[in-house]
Design a protein around this ligand. Structure first.
Ligand code: EPZ
Length: 422
């Protein structure tokens, strides 16, 4: 039950390295279930979510070894039922469903419970599995999927009310790698993390084309082999530090980034009056706070649109930016838990039906605040860096789910923060 004590008023300066992507690592770790051979995955961030996934794989019978960012997984002999006690702690554990069903012909996973960022059903995952010929039963909070004679390739559309599904696309893509025949996923998610998973699967011997577009084609194969893979950089961690640098930076460099993956985030930060420069290789960027920042309107949408996982952090930046900004989250319309806490610090924000109307204020004042979810907690850290006085952010376990050693990285950039055990 750590808390982060942030002494506001310091400026950020210097350089840090961005970690590997949490949201690419999670499905890639699960995909190791598809083969009995060694999978070596590099640059897996040391965050609680990847540790949960490793615990789930070990509980399923995988042999796992981790040394700093490198994880070796061998699923020689694997069970087909994921333990509720572990699965309930992380929604992303749903992505063991596809690999287990494809490898074992059966998968039992618990239905994910509620989530503070909004309604998160798995109907599209099940729609895809059903199209591949799986029989689906729900009982006692568990989903049991069976395909004793193996899965069969099929064409499907995975579009939901708010667009494509990221983990749904991942799950069906993984299941289809060992199905008989061809699978076509229309309205697929095109996030860089989906493409990284497809690249990993292809290096295992799968036959996937079209990943990174809305139409993915998978030619099923009989079996897959082991491989080594390095995970892409975490674009949301990079975006978070870009927003922090725009708020309180005096020249910050982020190394180990991917310029293309940051296009929408960079556009928003530049449009709000700040400077972002990438090096020629596009793997490092320099951010300088602008002289005349201005409010901007934002609407989150599936990649390559503006990511919902960067909505809260941008709300914190715009809360301290002159002018009015209208922020709409069309993927998770209820994802505004951070606003109530920002208002406790003096922000002027009105939330209404999936939207926040932010009127920029000159300054915020420190107050004890509570993290409610991963990205909301990052927004509170940003606000606290700028606020007058000392802010205590409790429930830090939320931020540890997806940011590797965030307090150490902030200290490296000159922030005055300390992690306190409660
Ligand atoms: C992934 O979650 C990310 N998680 C989320 O990041 C991210 O917010 C989300 O994609 C959207 O970009 C991981 O990659 C581990 P979705 P996922 O299925 O796949 C609806 C973070 O902060 N939907 O793409 O679970 C759903 O309700 C996390 O790192 C259905 O209706 O999200 C939502 O409105 C938080 N039926 C929309 O689709 C389904 O079966 C997009 O959700 C599935 C989803």
């Amino acid at each position: 039950m750590d808390k982060l004590v942030v002494h506001g008023g310091s400026t950020l300066k210097g350089a840090i390295n961005i970690s590997g992507s949490k949201n690419a690592s999670l499905p890639i770790l699960a995909a190791a279930i598809l083969t009995g051979e060694d999978c070596i995955i590099r640059r897996v961030p040391d965050v609680s979510d990847t540790n949960y996934m490793i615990q789930i794989l070990s509980a399923l019978g995988a042999d796992v070894e981790r040394s700093s960012g490198t994880v070796r997984i061998t699923c020689a002999d694997i069970m087909d039922e994921a333990p509720y006690e572990l699965v309930r702690r992380m929604r992303a554990s749903i992505c063991v469903m596809g690999p287990l069903l494809a490898r074992k012909g059966r998968a039992v996973v618990s239905l994910p419970g509620g989530c503070v960022i909004g309604d998160r059903p798995v109907d599209l995952h099940l729609k895809g599995m059903k199209a591949l010929g799986a029989k689906i039963e729900m009982e006692g909070g568990n989903i049991t999927l069976t395909a004793p004679n193996g899965l069969k390739g099929a064409e499907m559309d995975l579009r939901g009310e708010s667009g494509p599904t990221v983990l749904g696309t991942d799950n069906v893509m993984m299941a289809a790698t060992l199905a008989e025949g061809t699978t076509i996923i229309n309205s697929a998610a095109a996030e860089p993390e989906v493409l990284d998973l497809a690249n990993f699967l292809n290096s295992l011997g799968a036959k996937i084309t079209g990943a990174g577009t809305r139409r993915i084609v998978i030619e099923g194969v009989k079996e897959l082999h082991g491989v080594e893979h390095t995970v892409i950089p975490d674009r949301i961690e990079a975006g978070t530090f870009m927003a922090a640098a725009a708020l309180v930076g005096e020249g910050v460099t982020l190394n180990r980034v991917n310029q293309e993956h940051l296009t929408a985030i960079t556009q928003a930060i530049v449009k709000s009056g700040h400077i972002v420069k990438f090096n020629e290789a596009g793997d490092s960027c320099f951010i300088q706070r602008g002289e005349n920042p201005i409010g901007v309107d934002l609407n989150t949408s599936p990649y390559p649109g503006y990511p919902t996982d960067m909505q809260a952090q941008m709300t914190a930046l715009l809360a301290l930016t002159p002018g009015i900004s209208v922020i709409k989250d069309s993927i998770f319309p209820q994802r505004f838990m951070h606003c109530a806490e920002l208002k406790r610090m003096g922000a002027d924000i009105k939330t209404d039906h999936g939207m926040a109307i932010v009127r920029g204020v000159k300054e915020l004042s420190a107050a004890p605040v509570m993290a409610s979810d991963l990205r909301a907690s990052a927004a509170l850290v940003l606000a606290a860096l700028k606020a007058k006085g000392t802010t205590e952010i409790s429930r830090l376990y939320h931020i540890d789910r997806g940011y590797e050693h965030i307090d150490e990285k902030l200290l490296m950039l000159g922030a005055n923060v300390e992690r306190v055990r409660v």
